[in-house]
Design a protein around this ligand. Structure first.
Ligand code: NAD
Length: 507
């Protein structure tokens, strides 16, 4: 723990106020290893306290029994206030996870607030009460399916898009009237702590949104197994996703899991190669490749392989790696030293398996890179899909190029993965690309594009990339219970199949 006194310190946020802990953690800026802030580290007991507050707040009805329109109005006010503090949020985000200023402004914070507003709108357009016709019992009556809040939602988030991926959970949870306990990643809790304070200053009742930074195995595990938590919304690695599923099973919690990926980008032989080259680079290297749905496997026709690799290398050399706060910088550092070493190990492993590093492949050195965690944009050619580099998630700026024979072969390779989050297809022939999209076992397919996540469209994974969907018009289904209410309008007089039980009773 650092002792500097001019550093900003972030306590936990529980019950509408800052709450401190004995244990604190230094938040390290990945670009220069400086201490950006200190943060309180909550443990299982702090999670218990936060869940209790969230539960009492939920039961009080102070948020849950507001009308959807009232909740939407407060959420919009929060989004507007957060937009007024956008510089602070960007700083909080960048200083903890190393995003470039362009990336943090547009995606990390810009999208996060835009998507939060989308959930405010959804609170108003969502069908909270759905009248339905009964088909099996044609009696005089009315059936209505009510969508009701679940109670306390536990949200566990990763470090790569700390605010965005947390608000994908907090947004629908609040829109539906739930209370929330967030367990941010231990490296990146700053932006959501800022957001929780802003939310409460702008009308969110105390205790509705609570944030407990802490270690996954302690605070996170307790949240995932807490008996008073009705649902866990998790984004992170597939391995931890499995553990969350097990922890949630004791009390049969609802869960949504957004997990890892190993995205294929299929370049068809009729693609515009200039566009495809830039698309492949954008699909893989944005935010130093630390995006779950990145296209990390480029599938290229064997006949075009060498030419395509040469073009990729030429264009990749123009990517400016460096100081994330400089608006000219294209790519920043990776999150920490452990992750940097892991990425290098994957690259060396690919070489040992017979693949060739054609550019990058090492930690960046020289002026500007003395401190921090830097990996040059790395392209590996001659990769076979059964190699470890093609099967496991590296989560760094590493692109594997794999040659294929024909469309069938491309589909086979693309689907030969335990993951199924997203894929891209590059082609001039829309019909051919759409046919291919139908055969890909992934939650999103982008044709002649990459990273096209839209808050109005469901996002999530096939296979071991996840469970359930975030975003889109049905997102609130994941944060509500369905209750069917049947009202007999005949005053009980209309004939009913009671003879099944009372056939011998006097009429
Ligand atoms: P991680 O799984 O290590 O950690 C994610 C969160 O889980 C952190 O808050 C961590 O503290 C917590 N955690 C760890 N162990 C836990 C446990 N036993 N119980 C409860 N919580 C626990 O993932 P990461 O390294 O932070 O993030 C990278 C991973 O996230 C990658 O695999 C990436 O693909 C995935 N990801 C997926 C999506 C998506 O939408 N599918 C988006 C972003 C990241």
């Amino acid at each position: 723990m650092t002792t500097a006194t001019n550093l900003k310190h972030y306590p936990m946020w529980i019950g509408g106020k800052p709450v401190d802990t004995k244990e604190t953690r230094d938040i390290i800026n990945p670009s220069d290893e400086s201490v950006a802030a200190t943060v309180a580290m909550g443990n299982a007991a702090d999670i218990d306290a936060a869940v209790q507050v969230a539960r009492e707040t939920f039961q009080s009805g102070v948020w849950a029994r507001k009308t959807p329109r009232e909740r939407a109005a407060i959420m919009r006010r929060i989004a507007a206030a957060a937009n007024d503090s956008v510089e602070d949020l960007i700083e909080a985000e960048m200083s903890a996870n190393g995003a470039t200023v362009r990336q943090a402004t547009g995606f990390h914070v810009g999208y996060a607030l835009l998507h939060f507003e989308y959930f405010a709108d959804l609170a108003e357009t969502y069908q909270w009460k759905r009248p339905t016709q009964m088909s099996s019992f044609p009696t005089l009556g009315q059936s209505v399916v009510h969508r009701e809040p679940i109670g306390v939602i536990g949200a566990i988030a990763p470090w790569n898009f700390p605010l965005l991926l947390t608000l994908w959970k907090v947004g629908p949870a609040l829109a539906a009237g739930n209370s929330v306990v967030v367990k941010p990643d231990e490296h990146t809790p700053l932006s959501i702590l800022e957001f929780a304070r802003i939310a409460e200053e702008n009308g969110l009742p105390a205790g509705v949104l609570n944030v407990v930074p802490g270690e996954g195995r302690d605070a996170g595990a307790r949240l995932a197994s807490h008996p008073d938590v009705g649902k866990i919304a998790f984004t992170g690695s597939t391995q931890v996703g499995r553990e969350i599923m097990m922890a949630a099973s004791d009390t049969i919690k609802k869960i949504t899991l957004e997990l890892g990926g190993k995205g294929p980008t299929i370049v068809l032989d009729d693609a515009d190669l200039d566009l495809a080259v830039d698309g492949v680079l954008y699909g893989c290297f944005v935010f130093s490749g630390q995006v779950c749905e990145s296209g990390t496997r480029a599938l290229v026709p064997e006949s075009l392989h060498d030419e395509f690799v040469n073009r990729l290398v030429e264009r990749a050399k123009a990517i400016v790696l460096g100081d994330p706060s400089d608006w000219d910088t294209d790519m920043g550092p990776v999150i920490n030293g452990k992750q940097r070493d892991r990425i290098v190990e994957y690259i060396r492993g690919a070489e040992a398996d017979g693949a060739t590093v054609v550019t990058g492949g090492v930690q960046a050195t020289g002026p500007g890179f003395e401190r921090g965690f830097w990996i040059e944009p790395t392209i590996i050619s001659g990769v076979r899909n059964d190699m470890r580099i093609a099967q496991e998630e590296v989560f760094g700026p590493v692109l594997s190029v794999i040659a294929y024979q024909d469309d069938e072969d491309a589909i086979r390779i693309a689907n030969d993965s335990e993951f199924g989050l997203a894929a891209s297809v590059w082609s001039r022939d829309n019909e051919r690309a759409l046919m291919l999209a139908e055969r890909l076992q992934v939650g999103s397919v982008w044709i002649n594009d990459a990273h096209q996540i839209d808050c109005q469209l469901p996002f999530g994974g096939y296979k071991q990339s996840g469970l359930g969907r975030e975003l889109g018009p049905d997102a609130l289904d994941e944060y509500t219970e369905a209750k069917t209410v049947r009202l007999d309008l005949s005053g009980g007089r209309e004939s009913k199949p009671y003879d099944l039980l009372l056939s011998h009773a006097p009429k």
